[in-house]
Structure formats: structure tokens, C-alpha cells
Design a protein around this ligand. Structure first.
Ligand code: SAM
Length: 205
């Protein structure tokens, strides 16, 4: 099943062998509600409850690719959902902290990740716009919901030289944007792609 998604992602021009191997090793049907398992091989979003989707795998891959993970990174993910992106990050980083605002989604993600034998992830229930100061600084931050600007705590908790990817609300579409931190300031690097994300809901938006 994952082989078809690997091919879609490769055809988008993503060639990082570690990322392609992570996609190959992550059966997406284990990260969607059972009623949607048969659709999991399609490169499309799938509803996971509370009006939230799990993003389409090619978009997830684009966002992760831009983080340029080396295997030694500590990563903060905001918006765990069912844990598909979290599983890919876990393959590519040393440690992943993931924050989800819905407790039942976080619990599904924990179960899904445990079933895959993934142990270098901590899923936290809470408002991800505040980040996780107790585990900062982060080498990379990925936000899976859109807001007009990067929440200030996430910029603060990013390590010097770190990368942050987030959809920035821009009228009809969101623009998935790569930032990096230089001289203590968050700087925009480039827009990756237009997309439609659910809103980031929290105190710091
Ligand atoms: C597009 S979905 C998650 C996709 C997920 N990364 C995946 O790979 O399937 C966005 C998620 O962000 C969560 N979310 C929105 N605002 C949040 C916040 N402030 N803190 C934590 N999670 C939040 C939603 O509940 C939802 O599960």
C-alpha cells in the first residue's frame, strides 16, 4: 500500500531516501479511522473526527522535506491528529514532541504509534500555540493548522538555525511557508505550496 504513496511523493520531486523510506515503512491505513482504511492509499485528506482531517501524504512529505531533518533533531509538531505525520517525523528525528488539542485524537495517535513500535514520541494534549517550553529549544517545528502568523512562543522555542514550517492564512488559500531562525529572529525563507488547512485554534493566534 505505502508503495503507491512513495511513488506519488517521488514524482513530486522529493528524492530524500530517508523520507521515502519512512513513507514506505508507515502504513497509512493504520493512521486513519478503520472505516476509511480502504481509502488510505489515496493521496487525499481523510476525516478523523471533530471536523478535522489527516492531511494528504504528499503535502505532509513536502512539509517534512523542508525541515531537512538529520536524525539528531528534536522536533515539535503542532496538530497530531491520528499521528501519521508524527510517525514519519519519528523515523527521521531523534525525538518528537507532538501537541494535539483533542484528547481523543491524541489517544488514537498514541495507540497508532505504539502499534508501530514507535517509542521516540511524546504526544501531549493541550494548546500547541504555547509550544512546550519545558522541552525547548527545538531544531524543527511543524504546524499542521493555519493562522495569520507564527505564534510567538513557537518562534521563541525554535533553536538558532532551526527550521519552522507552517501554513500561513492568505485569503482564499493558505501558503505553507518555511521559516528559519537567524540571529534570534524568525525569517521567512520561501513558500512551499498553497493548501487548505483547518484553523489553528489557541491563545497565541
Ligand atoms: C490537519 S489536522 C492534523 C494532521 C496531522 N498532522 C496528520 O498528519 O494527520 C490539524 C490538527 O491540528 C489540531 N489543532 C488545531 N489547533 C491546535 C492547537 N492550538 N494545538 C494543538 N492542536 C491543534 C486539530 O485538532 C487537528 O487534529
Amino acid at each position: 500500500m505505502a508503495r503507491m504513496l512513495v511513488e506519488v511523493i517521488r514524482q513530486m520531486g522529493i528524492n530524500d531516501p530517508r523520507l521515502l523510506a519512512a513513507v514506505a515503512a508507515t502504513p497509512r491505513d493504520r493512521f486513519v479511522p478503520p472505516r476509511s482504511a480502504a481509502r488510505a492509499e489515496r493521496d487525499e485528506p481523510i476525516p478523523i473526527g471533530h471536523g478535522q482531517p489527516t492531511s494528504q501524504p504528499s503535502l505532509v512529505a513536502q512539509m517534512i522535506d523542508a525541515l531537512v531533518l538529520t536524525g539528531t533533531d528534536t522536533v515539535l509538531e503542532i496538530g497530531t491528529g491520528y499521528g501519521y505525520q508524527t510517525a514519519l517525523l519519528a523515523h527521521l528525528a531523534d525525538r518528537v514532541y507532538s501537541v494535539e488539542r483533542y484528547a481523543d485524537l491524541a489517544e488514537h495517535a498514541r495507540e497508532n504509534l505504539a502499534a508501530m513500535g514507535i517509542t521516540n514520541v511524546e504526544v501531549v494534549v493541550g494548546d500547541g500555540t504555547a509550544g512546550l517550553p519545558e522541552h525547548a529549544p527545538f531544531d524543527a517545528v511543524v504546524v499542521s493548522a493555519a493562522a495569520a502568523a507564527v505564534p510567538a512562543p513557537l518562534a521563541e522555542q525554535l533553536a538558532e538555525g532551526g527550521r519552522l514550517v507552517m501554513p500561513i492564512a492568505a485569503g482564499v488559500a493558505d501558503l505553507v511557508t518555511l521559516f528559519s531562525k537567524r540571529h534570534g529572529r524568525l525569517e521567512k525563507r520561501r513558500s512551499l505550496t498553497p493548501a487548505q488547512f483547518v484553523p489553528l485554534v489557541g491563545k497565541h493566534v
